[in-house]
Design a protein around this ligand. Structure first.
Ligand code: GTP
Ligand code: MG
Length: 202
C-alpha cells in the first residue's frame, strides 16, 4: 500500500470525542516502550508523526492519524508502566478499557510484543481478554533488529506455545523493526486487505 497522506487529527482521553465519520481504524497497543509510536512513524513514513521517547510512558492519550483520507491509525498509551504509580496506571488502563469496549470503528487491534522477551504474563492476560471481548487482533513482534534470528525464533515459538494453551488458532503474526523499516509492507498489506474486503472489492 502506498501512503500518500498521513495527518494528525486529534488526541484525547474521551472516546466520545474521537472522530465520528465511521472510517475504519487500526489501533496499536502494548506495554510502554514496546515501540508503538515508532512503528506508526515507520509505517506512515512520517518521522515525528507520533511522539516517541526512550523513557516509557510517553503516549498518554488516544491519538488519531488519518491515512490517505480513508482510514485511521490510532496510537494508544502503553499498559503496565510501573513507574507511573498505581493511580496513574489505573487512569491509563481506564482510557484503554473504555476505548476497546466502546469504539465500534476499531477494525483490528495490533498487539505489540517486544521480541527480546520471553512471554510476559501481562501481555498474555491482555491477549486472552481480547478473546473474551471478541476484538479482532493481530500480533506484532517489535525491535527485531535487536536480537539474532535464532533468538527471535526461540522467543516467538515460546509465545506461540503459550497462546495455543488458550486459543484454538493463532492470530496473524508480524515481525517489525522501526529501525530497519522491516515488516512495513506486510502490516500495511494486511490492513489494505481488510479495507478492501470491507468495501466489497474481493
Ligand atoms: P509509550 O508511548 O511510552 O507507551 O511507548 P511506545 O510503545 O510508543 O514506544 P516508542 O515508540 O516511544 O519507543 C520506545 C523506545 O524504543 C524509543 O527509544 C525507540 O527509539 C525505541 N524503538 C522503538 N522501535 C524500535 C525498533 O524497532 N528498533 C530499535 N532498535 N529501537 C526501537
Ligand atoms: Mg508511544
Amino acid at each position: 500500500m502506498i501512503i500518500k497522506k498521513a495527518t494528525f487529527v486529534i488526541s484525547n482521553t474521551d472516546v466520545s470525542l474521537c472522530p465520528k465519520d465511521g472510517r475504519p481504524e487500526y489501533a496499536f497497543i502494548g506495554r510502554s516502550n514496546v515501540g508503538k509510536s515508532s512503528l506508526i512513524n515507520m509505517l506512515t513514513g512520517v518521522k515525528g508523526l507520533a511522539l516517541t521517547s526512550s523513557t516509557p510512558g510517553k503516549t498518554q492519550l488516544i491519538n488519531h492519524f488519518l491515512i490517505n483520507d480513508a482510514w485511521y491509525i490510532v496510537d494508544l498509551p502503553g499498559y503496565g508502566y510501573a513507574q507511573r504509580g498505581k493511580k496513574g496506571r489505573e487512569k491509563i488502563q481506564q482510557i484503554i478499557d473504555v476505548y476497546l469496549d466502546k469504539r465500534e470503528e476499531l477494525t483490528c487491534l495490533f498487539v505489540l510484543l517486544d521480541c527480546r522477551h520471553e512471554p510476559q504474563k501481562i501481555d498474555l492476560e491482555f491477549i486472552n481478554q481480547l478473546g473474551e471481548s471478541g476484538i479482532p487482533f493481530a500480533v506484532i513482534f517489535t525491535k527485531t533488529d535487536k536480537i539474532s534470528q535464532s533468538k527471535l525464533n526461540e522467543n516467538v515459538t515460546k509465545y506461540k506455545t503459550k497462546l495455543m494453551e488458550t486459543w484454538d488458532e493463532l492470530p496473524p503474526v508480524f515481525y517489525t523493526s522501526a529501525e530497519h523499516k522491516k515488516g512495513r509492507e506486510e502490516v500495511l498489506g494486511y490492513i489494505e486487505g481488510i479495507n478492501d474486503t470491507a468495501h466489497g472489492k474481493r
